[in-house]
Design a protein around this ligand. Structure first.
Ligand code: ZN
Length: 436
């Protein structure tokens, strides 16, 4: 009996701490009196909880001022110096790592291109080295590391943090979380890059406050993340959102997943580059010709997205047509998804979003031509706030959210909360999520 009651009290305390932290995230700065009003907790409880949060460095006093109640008081906010968070992504052809403070401001970042032919141990070694460099930076700033999250382009078993299958990397069954924890001894979360990015855009970015969001990330492949009624929709086994592998062309090109004519064979960065290379091989003039033709060593992987965008801005017809055709196929796939999901927001991210000035108009035109008017008319299409950083910032959001839900457990947590239970943009976290 006594043990159960103690457990209940600890749980209630954790829920209340979480409510205070989330109120300070949503409406900073607030006085203790305003916090009591905003949360419905009594003033004595608020004062005691705030004391604990100040002692743990999660909350700081910012001086005297007026908040929404109009009365002057000592104002409180989340402490940007509470600690540092590491967000990381292993892409198909790059590794990206950011270090942020507790206000999600980037303190340090590093991105490097990788060669797709590089072997798994080499890519993992680089990733570990970059995370190690981020930790050094945090130490130099005197900030403890609060957690680390990693996004990967494939199917992930979130509970164990194992990458089950990444078609474009040709990786299978990589126990990433176990490997990272063995090396760094930090709370580690691993998830699919597009689901993480969808979470980040809903938590910090362009879709903050939206309840039903479709996030699509286009890079070497195409990934998707679905936010349904304010939560990441995981599907039956946690693999929802693999939109890049829906078939759009029955007799299309082979895809890395083994199927033919998948959406990503038609609308990814690889598809864009292929279109440019085909035009150039057919003898069409283009300022990209030198880059897209096989050089002395036979390599033709010199095309970059910023280079293609620059060429299109300078009026290069090949670049413009390839972007138009790729945008058209992005629009066709999105029209299908809009019909299926009726999202209130469609967020477009990944490296292709760097070409949004050329892609967005044709994508929107195609969706409006092909989707059911009723499914599309209430939707808003926007480019990701964090562009190609959407996944690393989403990784930061995952750690951040975990801390705001379980402030005194998060730092020691060894087990991630499943996506199914992750509330987005809610003042009150679900009791089920907190009880895990
Ligand atoms: Zn496929």
């Amino acid at each position: 009996m006594t043990r159960a009651r103690t457990g209940d009290q600890a749980l209630i305390r954790e829920i209340n701490l979480s409510i205070i932290l989330n109120a300070l995230r949503d409406h900073p700065p607030l006085s203790r009196a305003a916090l009591a009003l905003a949360t419905g907790l009594n003033k004595t409880t608020v004062s005691s909880l705030v004391e604990q949060l100040i002692n743990a460095s999660f909350v700081t006093e910012t001086g005297v001022g007026k908040n929404f109640t109009g009365r002057p008081g000592i104002l409180l906010q989340l402490n940007p110096h509470a600690g540092a968070i590491i967000g990381a992504e292993i892409g198909v052809d790059f590794i990206s790592v950011v270090l942020t403070d507790f206000a999600a401001r980037v303190i340090w970042r590093h991105q490097e291109r990788t060669d797709r032919r590089e072997q798994q141990p080499a890519i993992l070694r680089h990733t570990m080295a970059n995370i190690g460099a981020a930790i050094k930076q945090a130490n130099a700033h005197g900030l403890p590391i609060l957690g680390l999250a990693l996004g990967v382009p494939g199917l992930v078993d979130v509970e164990s943090g194992t990458l089950l299958y990444a078609p474009n990397l040709h990786w299978e069954n990589v126990p990433l979380r176990q490997m990272l924890r063995a090396r760094f001894d930090l709370p580690v979360f691993v998830d699919n890059e597009a689901s993480i990015a969808a979470f980040g855009e809903t938590y910090f970015g362009v879709a903050r406050g939206a309840r039903n969001v479709l996030y699509v990330s286009a890079g070497v492949g195409i990934g998707g993340g679905i936010v349904m009624d304010g939560r990441i929709y995981p599907g039956g086994s946690g693999f929802a959102g693999e939109v890049g592998h829906m078939t759009l062309e029955p007799n299309g090109l082979p895809c890395a997943c083994g199927n033919h004519g998948c959406w990503e064979t038609l609308a990814s960065q690889s598809a864009l580059f292929r279109r440019i290379q085909e035009c150039i091989a057919a003898g069409e003039p283009s300022m990209l010709a030198r880059l897209a033709s096989p050089g002395q060593n036979g390599k033709r992987e010199q095309l970059t997205l910023p280079g293609v965008v620059r060429a299109a801005q300078e009026g290069d017809a090949v670049a413009r047509r390839a972007l138009f055709d790729t945008g058209k196929y992005l629009g066709i796939g999105l029209a299908n998804l809009v019909n299926a999901l009726n999202p209130e927001m469609v967020v477009f991210g990944g490296i292709l979003s760097l070409a949004k000035e050329f892609l967005m108009p044709v994508i929107q035109q195609t969706i409006s031509e092909r989707a059911l008017r009723w499914s599309w008319q209430s939707a808003q299409m926007v480019a990701a706030a964090y562009g190609s950083d959407a996944c690393v910032m989403g990784s930061v959001a995952m750690v951040y959210d975990q801390i705001l839900r379980q402030p005194f457990h998060a730092v020691r947590a060894s087990r991630p909360v499943s996506r199914a239970a992750a509330p987005v943009n809610r003042l009150l976290p679900s009791a089920a999520a907190l009880a895990r």
